[in-house]
Design a protein around this ligand. Structure first.
Ligand code: GLN
Length: 298
């Protein structure tokens, strides 16, 4: 396998030009008004290697909400606080062929969430965060992540207002189902906290630094990092996970804001951002770039 740190800059610049064209095939999500208004031509990539080499191209100053990319880091945080035995009594770690916000999947599984990378699993994990209210719970996670990764995640209040400006019947139905089955307490605080942690935001560099936590961080237990990487590999890109795992094989996680984070084990992290999404909710240009880099490395 070739080394991520030797990726030629010229090659990366060419892929970026192609990625701009690819992005035109995608669509902005319409259920969060501010995401619908994002400039679709934004594009950024940051590659950080474990020896702290950094490669950045594109709109590196732009901040964006992590959305579902917070899910592996929520899992990492709770594994470190509560341990894997406890966590996997609350959620499973199997892939799902249903969309990320599927109620049907949860019902088919008798209310036991399939994995922490989809909404039912993440909401269940959010209910385990400690703190008296949603502000405190979100803040605890934010602080821990910033401290461990030296990043500058912040809560984007405008984005949060936008998320809360329209009802989200799917997430509400998942919360109701989990509450009815006694899987979560405090449904309101849980949903508020979930919306807040999805609006934790940063630049492409912050995202790549978060990714490095899953490569070789001296502050993170290697067992926990490996649990999170394995679940990202099989579950990180929703229904596209299987295809991505077969063709790319890197632990990856996408979010509806258009970001994708991929981990190259023992080498580093690749963070990409481009808002237009494919039918499964994954950024078209970000997955294009990651495929190109993976094919180069392998
Ligand atoms: N906040 C979003 C939601 O639950 C996050 C989803 C995502 O990024 N796929 O709908």
């Amino acid at each position: 396998m070739k080394q991520l740190s030797y990726l030629p800059l010229e090659q990366l610049s060419n892929w970026l030009l192609e990625a701009y064209q690819q992005a035109k095939k995608g669509k902005l999500p319409d259920y969060i008004p501010l995401l619908k208004q994002t400039d679709p031509s934004l594009l950024a990539i940051c590659i950080i290697t474990e020896n702290d080499n950094i490669l950045i191209e594109g709109d590196s100053q732009i901040t964006f909400p992590l959305m579902s990319i917070i899910k592996p880091f929520l899992l990492l945080y709770l594994l470190s606080k509560l341990g894997d035995n406890f966590i996997f009594q609350k959620v499973n770690s199997k892939p799902s062929n249903y969309p990320f916000n599927s109620l049907e999947q949860l019902q088919l599984d008798q209310g036991f969430p399939r994995n922490p990378m989809i909404n039912s699993g993440a909401l269940t994990l959010v209910s385990l965060l400690s703190g008296k209210d949603s502000n405190k719970r979100c803040h605890n996670l934010q602080q821990w992540l910033n401290k461990q990764s030296q990043s500058n995640l912040f809560l984007d209040e405008l984005m949060l207002n936008s998320v809360e400006s329209l009802p989200n019947p799917r997430n509400q139905a998942i919360i109701d189902e989990l509450t009815q089955r006694n899987h979560i307490k405090d449904p309101e605080i849980t949903l508020d906290t979930y919306n807040k942690i999805c609006c934790l935001s940063g630049t492409i560099i912050d995202l790549a630094k978060l990714g490095l936590l899953l490569v070789n961080s001296s502050n993170i237990s290697s067992e926990n990092a490996s649990i999170v990487r394995d679940i990202m590999t099989t579950c990180g890109l929703y229904q596209a996970s299987e295809d991505f795992a077969e063709k790319i094989g890197f632990p990856s996680k996408s979010g509806v804001s258009g970001a994708i984070l991929s981990i190259v084990p023992q080498q580093g992290a690749i963070a990409c951002y481009s808002p237009p999404l494919d039918a499964q909710g994954n950024s078209v240009a970000s997955s294009y770039l990651i495929r190109k880099i993976a094919n180069y490395l392998i």
